[in-house]
Design a protein around this ligand. Structure first.
Ligand SMILES: [Zn+2]
Length: 295
């Protein structure tokens, strides 16, 4: 009798736990799907393998944002990559500064995609490339906004970009790099700091003005891993878990600098680099994130 009762109870408890488990699982999955729909699905950031330069493709909430456009000689490669993604319209293009390794692909972007809005640092260049860029933007009548520190771009309810540089008046000590646009892409708990070619001077200024806001999950290495950027103080304030260096293999500048790599190691950053890993993709649902390498 006792034995029988125990058996019945055990079967009953097992069945209840099993059913409860199944039910819970199903509800959880449904909730997750709804949450994903509400927050307009996942964020994807691709640091494109376009040789020595920067081109970062962000897709989220039905919008496409391109931060920098690589150099002139990799223009066709970048355009082909973006086309392959099925993109025909780029909602926002941000040019961090008018050096060729950031602005070089812009003509290809303007000629091949509908661009809704352009943001740049407001610094002017003296190159033919820069003049061609401006005249094409004027010709196509694309809205153009100069970004300064403190600006925010709202992408959706829970996704925005906050700008920490350039701060006015511009830093003049080492020309265009130090007045690069620096933006933090924020999606709930996940964030990524996009630094252009900002160097020590700009990092120092951001530490003074935005010390409490620099903290980011992932860092785009400043100035292709050069030793002119990534001070220990700056890395500490950002407190990232991973850093992505955008650079070309065997580049003329010998980027990344060994001392910078050493600092990344000391800061316990997981290092990704486009010259070895190919395009580096980061996906996030606003809480967790994943980084994948092409190679
Ligand atoms: Zn650069």
């Amino acid at each position: 009798m006792r034995k029988g009762l125990w058996l019945v109870s055990a079967v009953l408890i097992f069945t209840m736990v099993f059913l409860a488990g199944c039910g819970k699982g199903t509800v959880k999955t449904t909730e997750k799907n709804q949450e994903q729909q509400n927050s307009n699905s996942a964020l994807t950031v691709k640091v494109l393998d376009i040789g020595q330069g920067d081109a970062i493709l962000i897709r989220v909430a039905g919008q496409t944002v391109l931060v920098d456009t690589g150099d002139i000689d990799t223009r066709d490669k970048m355009v082909a990559y973006i086309k392959k993604e099925g993109i025909t319209t780029i909602d926002k293009v941000i040019i961090t500064h008018p050096h060729a390794d950031h602005l070089g692909g812009m003509i290809g972007i303007l000629e091949n995609f509908k661009v809704r809005q352009i943001y740049d640092s407001g610094q002017t260049g003296t190159t033919a490339l820069y003049r061609q860029y401006l005249s094409l933007v004027n010709k196509k009548n694309i809205p153009f906004t100069v970004v300064t520190a403190g600006t925010e771009i709202v992408i959706s309810n829970d996704i925005k970009m906050k700008f920490f540089a350039p701060e006015k008046p511009y830093l003049t000590a080492s020309e265009l790099n130090n007045n690069s646009v620096v933006a933090k892409l924020i999606y709930n708990k996940f964030s990524m700091l996009l630094t252009g070619d900002a160097e020590k001077e700009s990092e120092g200024r951001m530490l003074k003005t935005y010390a409490g806001e620099l903290k980011s999950t992932v860092l785009k290495s400043g100035h292709h891993g050069s030793n002119t950027s990534s001070t220990s103080e700056f890395l500490k304030a950002v407190g990232a878990e991973a850093v992505i260096i955008s650079l070309g293999a065997n580049n003329d500048y010998h980027h990344p600098h060994p001392s910078t790599l050493k600092k990344y190691e000391q800061a316990k950053l997981k290092v990704y680099r486009t010259d070895q890993d190919g395009t580096v993709s980061i996906t996030s649902d606003g809480s967790t994130y994943q980084i994948t390498k092409e190679k």
